[in-house]
Design a protein around this ligand. Sequence first.
Ligand code: FAD
Length: 400
Amino acid sequence: MTRIVVVGASHAGAQLAVSLRQEGWPDDIEMIGDEPVLPYQRPPLSKGFLAGTTSVDDLLIRSEALYAKQQIKLRQSRVTAIDRVSHTITLTDGQSLHYDKLALCLGARPRLPSIPGVSLPGVHVLRSLADVQGIRAELEPAHHVVILGAGYIGLEAAASLRQLGVAVTVLESADRVLARVTAPVVSDFYTRIHREAGVDLRTNAQVAALVGDERVTGVALASGEIIAADLVIIGIGVIPNTELAAEAGLVVDNGIVIDAQAVSSDPDIVAIGDCARFTCPHYDRPLRLESVPNANEQAKVAAATLCGKSKRISALPWFWSDQYDLKLQIAGLNTGYDAIELIGNPDTDRHFACLYFREKRLIAADCINHPQEFMRSKLAISEQLKSGSAITSASTPSPT
Ligand code: FAD
């Protein structure tokens, strides 16, 4: 009996385990995750779950019965080492486990700013179910929450907290929100929407320290101003969990480096999801993507690979973000765009699209409450690869 061990039980790991059965893997599948819950969906954490409209049961990716039926063994533990010579992994309790093939689905963890006060009680990150349960347990209607970072997670959290009636300030160090991932016109739109919803949204805000004695009571800006805070949420991006792979001698470079079939520098180890770096065929450059569609697609490719079949990572990157009544759907990556075109009017509408072009070719689209334009753009950008041309560009974005 041969065994595939899947390390990390979230979007990538859970999809991989199920896809392995679909691809016909007949032997042992053991999935090891260090969170004390069944694999769950992370996107609702900053949306419905924070707002209190989604329950824990709604979050589960699959039921416990499904894993049992598929004979996928779940183990709650943390893997502390990989011995590639003996094909064993070590768990926190010192036990070791043999693998024939290993799948690293280790994800990412929140990045923390190097400022005083980050470990004060009342300072939270927003990555796991436990994180949001911690936030909700402390939250009171009269509270003032300060969010560091106006990326997707910071803005989604702001929208959810406003739905609860909580006072919210968002501090962004850049000169506009979503600066790494959207055009200024889309940033301006979201700034207006959040301010209209009552968020005190400040750009060019440099945070010097989180202050308080027994717990956080404020955020000190470099300007000397102190903003009072009952609770602080840090949403300034993530760091891929690559240490386990690096210590085992795998090639790591801002992610575990994998090929088009999700195989790492060790032929018996695949890596997928937020922790993996691959060369995207559409853009012909290395990327590490942080999205559920990416985790799911790579899981399906890795399952095929582990079952001796040939599938390649080929989907166009896409993302979504929900804030208030707005569904943003993004097709492709806009890095290196030289022109934009708007469909609709972001100054007045809650329904528009921003198309990004490079040398007159469509490379990406941000579609706000515009699913038709999203589908059309996604198809149009994907077709370009089929016609044999990748979109090339110098830099590497990492949407968060
Ligand atoms: P993760 O979900 O990070 O899972 C990795 C798992 O491995 C974790 O459970 C971790 O604890 C475990 N682990 C790590 N090391 C070990 C070890 N040594 N031993 C055992 N277990 C280990 N994406 C979208 O596409 N759309 C969205 O709207 C969206 N919203 C998001 C909102 C929030 C609040 C967050 C946090 C993320 C959001 N994302 C969204 C991103 C998306 O959730 C991630 O891309 C996705 O979770 C990646 O899945 P993963 O399995 O690769 O990694």
